[in-house]
Design a protein around this ligand. Structure first.
Ligand SMILES: Cc1cc2nc3c(=O)[nH]c(=O)nc-3n(C[C@H](O)[C@H](O)[C@H](O)COP(=O)(O)OP(=O)(O)OC[C@H]3O[C@@H](n4cnc5c(N)ncnc54)[C@H](O)[C@@H]3O)c2cc1C
Length: 426
């Protein structure tokens, strides 16, 4: 009987967990999460995501206990902790999700450096980066041909939950530390596989069929799945979700976008730092405008509403992500990297592929085939929040205004005194 160590990273679930399933089929397993100081102490270790991570780990521990197992938690360097546990348990095999970020590849190298037999398994995306490629290239640069190849690719079948998880005796389970004691947004979503599966069930029953008509309706918070952070931490398998919505093309396409950015980031790991397609932009340096944008006081209601939602929930609707990003880069002329970092510091779903990939898309330095596209915030506001419900919710100082004027309060004879005039006149 073999003993293996199953290192969990951003696949915090017991469903569709190929490495765990194989480990359990071959013998005993040590399901391990290492709180890596390099991550939690670095730029990605921000309160909203650390809170989500802590909840996801607690839920995963419950899930594994329900199968007779345990989640072993350690703090420090993954390679060192794996080597220690291998010595303690006699394990020779390590199983880990295949992940192509620069950080993940370094971790993989370090694990291989322990001399153990390290095996990788799919699970972070539906179609792994590099599994579909265009003729003569290592990745797709444009979405539409990627989408066609992605949808036609052969997908594996999601794995069942292992019947039983046998963990060697005598291993200290370790404590899940409180990683985010302060600084968490008050309305941040709850993490964990149980919550992810509850949301998925609800979405499949009541949301997905109408998605094409609801996805841009800012007044309807249930018009999108709100599954992004769960996908980010792997509380939900993207493959399981995609397999369940294969008939719902508008929603399926969004999951393909997620994979698209992952394959771009795998081929161009500098995506969070460097222009993917440099176009000679000359960005403006304007610390005051940047601060107003971050704080949601630009005087353009739809921009401010989105930025306040972000600060309050660690989440922002996709439509307002596009509007706020366009406003920062196009109207204010400020470098997308400032916006990317602010989103990174607050979003529970931020990662190293979707966040910079989307920022570069909006800024015109990325994969958009129409890099000069600009969104007029007032027109967007009138179109996607015609009743001003979203605006009135996030901007209480405008809640008393009649609907049309809420979109552009500067046109009123006496604009509200406690709301700033617009930084630019859109
Ligand atoms: C400037 C900017 C930054 C963004 N940063 C992130 C980020 O850090 N992390 C992130 O997951 N998404 C990011 N997005 C994409 C998108 O806004 C979110 O995925 C979406 O709003 C999450 O809400 P939802 O789960 O309800 O999405 P739904 O509309 O229900 O979509 C389902 C899933 O598809 C995926 N998806 C949807 N749209 C996109 C997209 N444009 N790119 C990649 N995946 C997508 C997400 O995993 C999402 O959960 C960003 C978009 C913009 C414009």
């Amino acid at each position: 009987m073999e003993t293996s160590i199953v290192v969990l990273t951003r696949d915090l679930r017991v469903h569709d967990q190929p490495g765990l399933v194989e480990g359990c089929a071959r013998g005993r397993v040590v399901p391990l999460f290492v709180v890596d100081e390099e991550i939690v102490g670095g730029v990605m270790g921000v309160p909203n995501r650390l809170r989500f991570l802590g909840e996801a780990l607690a839920d995963l521990r419950e899930g594994l206990r329900g199968l007779g197992g345990e989640l072993i938690v350690r703090r420090g360097s993954p390679a060192r902790e794996v080597a220690r546990l291998a010595e303690q348990t006699g394990a020779r095999v390590v199983r880990i999700a295949d992940d192509r970020s620069r950080f993940a590849l370094r971790r993989l190298d370090a694990l291989r450096g322990t001399g153990l037999d390290v095996r990788t398994y799919p699970g972070v995306t539906v179609v792994p980066p590099g599994a579909v490629t265009p003729a003569g290239g290592d990745h797709y640069k444009v979405f539409t041909p990627y989408w066609k190849a992605w949808a036609a690719a052969e997908w594996r079948t999601p794995c069942p939950v292992p019947g039983r998880v046998d963990v060697p005796e005598g291993i200290d389970a370790g404590v899940i530390p409180d990683l985010a004691p302060k600084g968490v947004s008050p309305g941040v979503a709850k993490g964990g596989e149980s919550e992810a599966r509850r949301l998925m069930r609800e979405w499949l029953a009541n949301g997905v069929a109408a998605y094409d008509g609801t996805r841009d309706d800012l007044a309807n918070p249930e018009g999108t799945s709100r599954l992004s952070a769960h996908l980010r931490f792997g509380c939900l398998s993207p493959l399981e979700l995609a397999s369940a919505v294969r008939e719902h093309e508008p929603f399926l396409r969004q999951l393909a976008w997620r994979d698209f950015h992952h394959q771009v980031a795998a081929a161009f790991p500098d995506l969070p730092r460097r222009d993917y397609r440099p176009r000679g932009h000359r960005w403006r340096d304007d610390p005051e405008a940047l601060a107003a944008w971050r704080e949601g006081r630009t005087g353009v209601p739809i921009v401010d509403a989105g930025m306040r939602q972000l600060r309050h929930e660690g989440f922002m609707h996709n439509r307002t992500r596009m509007i706020t990003a366009s406003y920062l880069t196009r109207d204010l002329g400020i470098d997308w990297r400032h916006g990317y970092r602010h989103f990174r510091d607050l979003l529970t779903d931020a990662d190293l592929a979707n966040n910079p990939g989307n920022w570069q898309w909006v800024a015109g330095t990325g994969n958009d085939t129409r890099p000069n596209r600009t969104l007029n915030p007032v027109r967007q506001s009138l179109r996607h929040d015609p009743t001003a419900t979203y605006l009135h919710h996030w901007l209480p100082e405008l809640a008393h205004l009649p609907t049309p004027a809420t979109h552009h309060p500067w046109t009123l004879e006496s604009p509200p005194p406690n709301y700033p005039p617009p930084l630019t006149h859109p």
